[in-house]
Design a protein around this ligand. Structure first.
Ligand SMILES: [Zn+2]
Ligand SMILES: [Zn+2]
Length: 175
């Protein structure tokens, strides 16, 4: 049976961006991919004291969306994500899978007071999505700064990465 990657919209992320990401991930991982018709309202994960959404709580709520045909499930959000020990996260994943969540909130140039750039946003989102999916394939952070599995603490670090796994990570990925 062919592998199926599913995208779960969190709230109402940009549809064009969502569909583009879906097509790119299908090609990149050589799997089938689809955007689920349903979406998950992230209100339950909002913490007013931080004004942000707890990504681990979103990951936990994704379990019912995983079905027998799911290879990997990646949630796409536009809200600001965090885990308690960090100021923010671009995304979070279950090591070994099946679920991951990414947000493009801090991938937008507008977040940094700069003019919007759709192409740059799309590139960053694809890089971050492949990174989180890499974690679901048992990959840990890589010391090669160009590898998609290098850790990124700011968008500048995302921008120097490539869309692909380095040869070591590619060989280690548990697909
Ligand atoms: Zn990571
Ligand atoms: Zn690597």
């Amino acid at each position: 049976m062919s592998k199926l990657l599913q995208i779960l919209p969190i709230g109402a992320p940009d549809r064009e961006l969502t569909d583009w990401l879906c097509a790119q991930l299908a090609e990149g991982f050589d799997v089938y991919a689809e955007v689920l018709e349903t979406s998950l309202d992230p209100a339950f994960a909002f913490h007013p004291e931080r004004g942000q959404y707890h990504s681990s709580e979103i990951l936990a709520r994704m379990t019912p969306f995983v079905t027998r045909k799911t290879w990997r499930l990646i949630a796409l959000a536009e809200v600001d994500l965090y885990i308690p020990i960090l100021t923010f996260v671009f995304g979070e994943a279950q090591i070994g899978g099946p679920s991951a969540v990414v947000s493009y909130h801090r991938l937008r140039q507008e977040f940094y007071g700069l003019p919007g750039d759709r192409d740059l946003l799309a590139r960053r989102l694809l890089t971050e999505s492949i990174h989180e999916l890499g974690h679901t394939l048992d990959l840990v952070h890589c010391s090669d700064y160009r590898c998609v599995m290098a850790s990124s603490h700011s968008v500048e670090w995302i921008d120097i990465k490539e869309f692909s796994f380095c040869p070591d990570c590619a060989a280690r990925a548990n697909r």
